[in-house]
Design a protein around this ligand. Structure first.
Ligand SMILES: [Zn+2]
Length: 303
């Protein structure tokens, strides 16, 4: 008998819980959010929970500077309540024509439905004069700022603020979710910072200037890049200049989308480890969300 009563109580509790959860998600305003990259989608999901459909346009296996436009991208942008971009010209080569063709006034720059995350961080490698010294690809400075895990909190806050403007009726839920994220992220930051301590002072090279914010954060030194300038493939002369610095290099960073022949040549010749790093959520199998993206990067470097 007692077991029966307990069972009934449990079933009632379960029904009420499910009904409450269902009510909460049904009455939350459902937003259609489009993001350019997967890391932004994952970060936005932390705050919206299930109250939004979120689509990332870029494939995580591609060079973020050069995403191949598809008709489906235009359709997604046409239906969007919000468009969240990385900015700092990372999308300049592929996004503007898509936004124009989508012809959706809500997500045009300057409107509440458009959010440029680069406005919320301190950029590095900003050219002091109009010059090509940083190549053609980083004319406003280095746009890969989200690869410093400490910047993620600033970006999350910017997304949270804008979601509250776009769907004020969901503000209580967004605030709850943001606070949970904020606490969890701070715990992970402490963990990553501790693991990275031992890497302080280490010299590294990378293919593209992708991990510069991460290197600066953890007091590592970027000795050289395999590209002579962002977007310019290496020449034999440039590889020869890299050979001169290789004895002082401890690690070679390689992303998933650039050719790795130069890294393999230098790694083999100078017996230096090549570390293949994800640059976005989904770029490697273990980088499944914004948390595991940094777990994966830190684990590979500080193993
Ligand atoms: Zn770049």
């Amino acid at each position: 008998m007692k077991i029966k009563i307990l069972l009934y109580s449990f079933i009632t509790f379960l029904t009420v819980t499910i009904a409450l959860a269902f009510t909460k998600s049904v009455y939350a305003k459902q937003l259609h959010v489009v993001t350019t990259y997967n890391y932004i989608a994952s970060l936005t999901r932390q705050i919206t929970g299930n109250s939004a459909t979120i689509t990332a346009l870029a494939s995580a296996q591609s060079d973020p500077h050069f995403i191949v436009p598809k008709p489906s991208h235009i359709a997604k942008l046409r239906d969007a309540d919000m468009l969240i971009i990385n900015g700092a010209q990372l999308e300049i080569g592929w996004l503007p024509p898509l936004v124009r063709q989508a012809n959706n006034p809500v997500i045009q720059p300057g409107n509440a439905g458009f959010l440029d995350l680069s406005q919320f961080v301190k950029m590095i490698q900003v050219p002091t004069a109009v010059s090509r010294s940083q190549g053609d690809m980083h004319p406003e400075g280095n746009p890969h700022f989200y690869l410093d895990p400490h910047n993620i909190l600033l970006l999350a806050h910017a997304i949270y603020d804008r979601l509250c403007v776009t769907a004020p009726e969901n503000k209580t839920m967004y605030t709850e979710n943001f606070n949970v994220f904020n606490n969890n992220w701070k715990q992970k930051l402490a963990e990553w910072d501790k693991l990275m301590q031992k890497m302080s002072g280490t010299n590294a090279i990378e293919y593209h200037k992708l991990y510069d914010y991460f290197l600066v954060r953890y007091n590592m030194t970027l000795v050289a890049t395999i590209e002579p300038l962002p977007g310019i493939p290496p020449t034999a002369k440039h590889i020869a200049s890299l050979e001169k610095v290789m004895p002082n290099v401890s690690l070679i960073f390689q992303d998933v989308y650039h050719p790795d022949d130069a890294a393999r040549y230098l790694g083999k010749k100078y017996s230096k480890p090549i570390i293949v790093l994800p640059h976005d959520v989904g770029a490697t199998k273990d980088a499944t969300d914004i948390f595991t993206l940094f777990d994966a990067i830190v684990r590979r470097i500080a193993q």
